[in-house]
Design a binder for this molecule. Structure first.
Ligand code: PLP
Length: 398
């Protein structure tokens, strides 16, 4: 028995894993202490568990616990990374390099910094969504203070060549920030091996709760300094003031612990389900195109364009059965065509017919089979009433 609607929008968020919820619950009630209270057991117990959470997340990315700063999510982490570096390294330069398919939290922070005098280079991407290393090399000047490139794209799942970028950043003594909200728990992340200096994470993209995130800030080789965005009691070594979200941190810690243990098996399962979905859909339907990179991509993302079927109409008829999103659904109520698909150089009609399928920990074989059937049926029905498709069919027969 499958439960309808099926959730296939795991890039937008993920359900809290029951093990995560169980770990969090006591920290709302019995263990409610403020982790900054130094004078009694309520505070000590909370701090002890916060420290435990910090260790789990540090292990996930091969960092030291003291390099983990808790924030409200990847949006805030990205804001601190960009604004914090810009303000702190003003003397050195005002140039930041990013790329066109970043999350809005990066792009909008860059726009804001431009108003403060920053020079931003937005690297283009190739048809698969990757930057060209050559473009990056050419963009770096002696005024460059930061390179900010995401690990995995949230719409098309394309992975960027992070290790190569990290290598260049090291050689040129430029700080390297990575938004890894989609990659964490799906791709091994080793900040040492990859040469990452600053990294953003979000718990709710990896079966933790919403409203808790992390900023990894490298402590040595080099020691990264950041101006705070939120001022207050000096929590989190002054990087981010505010009473710690103890239940959130416990949940994030548990989610990281699970990810470390189960990632490789989960990636294998998701890759096979994703491939089954792709094979099934393309067996049932012609004129289906994959958006993004064919191999350098997330195990749980499938972004497809259905020729002669408008994605808004498709989602409208599909939404009671399968929850998916169009490429553009990440910005609140934004009806504009996806900036990511546009950056790939796709024609308007292919952008307007794209659907993002996001698979996850609780996706089953039966759900994928059902989705293939329902998507095929709905696309066929839309094509039945598409004059362009019908005349194409006629001329093909003639
Ligand atoms: C979801 C997401 C964000 C925003 O994270 P929040 O924790 O929801 O603020 C940033 N970047 C990427 C790549 C994301 O997928």
């Amino acid at each position: 028995m499958i439960k309808i609607p099926i959730f296939l929008d795991y890039q937008s968020t993920t359900p809290v894993d029951p093990r995560v919820l169980e770990a969090m619950l006591p920290y709302f009630s019995q263990e409610f202490g403020n982790a900054a209270s130094k004078n009694h057991a309520f505070g000590w117990n909370a701090m002890k568990k916060v420290d435990w959470g910090r260790v789990q997340i540090a292990r996930l990315i091969n960092a030291s616990p003291s390099e983990i700063i808790f924030t409200s999510g990847a949006t805030e982490s990205n804001n601190i990374a960009l604004k914090g570096v810009f303000e702190m390294y003003k003397e050195k330069g005002n140039h930041i390099i990013t790329q066109v398919t970043e999350h809005k939290a990066v792009l909008d922070s860059c726009k804001y910094l431009e108003s403060l005098g920053a020079k931003i280079t937005y690297l283009p991407v190739d048809a698969s969504g990757r930057i060209r290393i050559d473009d990056l090399n050419k963009a770096i000047t002696d005024k460059t203070i930061l390179i900010s490139i995401m690990f995995a794209n949230n719409e098309i799942g394309t992975l960027q060549p992070i290790q190569e970028i990290g290598h260049i950043a090291k050689i040129d003594h430029v700080l390297f920030h990575v938004d890894a909200a989609q990659a964490a728990g799906r791709v091994p992340i080793d900040v040492e091996k990859l040469g990452i200096d600053i990294l953003s994470l979000s718990a709710h993209k990896m079966y933790g709760p919403k409203g808790i995130g992390v900023l990894y800030v490298r402590e040595k080789n080099p020691r990264v300094r950041l101006s705070p965005v939120i001022h207050g009691g000096g929590h989190e070594r002054g990087f981010r003031s505010g009473t710690l979200n103890v239940p959130g941190i416990v949940g994030f810690g548990k989610a990281a612990e699970i990810a470390i243990k189960e990632m490789s098996a989960e990636v294998e399962k998701l890759t096979s389900l994703r491939d089954k979905l792709y094979t099934g859909i393309t067996r049932e339907l012609d004129h289906v195109q994959l958006n993004g990179h064919s191999t350098e991509r997330l195990c749980n993302n499938l972004n497809l364009s259905f020729g002669f079927a408008d994605s808004e109409s498709l989602m409208k008829v599909l939404c009671e059965e399968v929850a998916v999103s169009s490429g553009s659904a990440c910005s609140t109520g934004n009806p504009e065509p996806s900036h990511v698909l546009k950056a790939l150089g796709l024609p308007e009609d292919r952008i307007q017919s794209s659907i993002r399928f996001g698979l996850g920990r609780f996706t089953t074989d039966e759900e994928i089979e059902y989705t293939i059937k329902r998507v095929a049926a709905h696309v066929k029905r839309l094509r039945d009433v598409s004059p362009v498709y019908q005349s194409l069919q006629k001329s093909a027969k003639a």
